[in-house]
Ligand binder design. Sequence first.
Ligand SMILES: *Cc1c(COP(=O)(O)O)cnc(C)c1O
Length: 235
Amino acid sequence: MPDGNDQALDQLSLDERLARVRAGITDAASVAGRAASEITTIVVTKFHPADLVRELYALGVRDFGENRHQEAAAKAADLSDLRDATWHFVGQLQSKKARQVAGYASVVHSIDRAALVTALAVPREVPLDCFVQINLTDDPGRGGVAPDGLDELVERVLATTPLNLLGVMAVAPLGEEPRRAFARLRALSDRVVALAPEANRISAGMSHDYREAIAEGATHLRIGTAITGNRPLPG
Ligand SMILES: *Cc1c(COP(=O)(O)O)cnc(C)c1O
């Protein structure tokens, strides 16, 4: 079932949209024979004001995703009173920003090259959880490491002390059936698990394809619009 057109989405309240997505996740998990409790839902709040994060927090959300460093840093500072909120950095990350991102983010979903691993190798009190992002398209300009560079990048992350590899992350390519793309991701995840048995998590699934991602084993969903409503224009 699609999430409806954009207008319909904005006619629902935040808690209605959240409830609808939570029900969708429970349903998709049950279809896949999985427990919804093993799935973490990250609400991607990019372009939305800090107030929206507070409203989501009041509704029980604890995992928030952002994709631009400046905006994420400002929001994390603004919301530092929400002590048990977890910030996930899900966007492409410049090496020169990496150290700062590691200052507020608990999880980085977008490790896609060796230089970024080096940049994130900053001593810290608790390990930095991370995902290696894989490019599922043929376009090298897209975020993510190409599948043939995956093993080498994974080895590098594993050898880097402050980093704790959770698993793999990807975005389904436009114009491909998402379930097919996520099946490829699952096979690549199996390859990573052969190198690092603990790194068995899969970050996949957005507003329009989280059901397909759940069917292919996603453990971390990154959902924006279906919960937040349409994004305001980037400021
Ligand atoms: C924006 C974004 C999402 C959420 O997208 P929606 O389609 O709004 O659910 C998920 N992952 C990444 C990497 C994003 O940048």
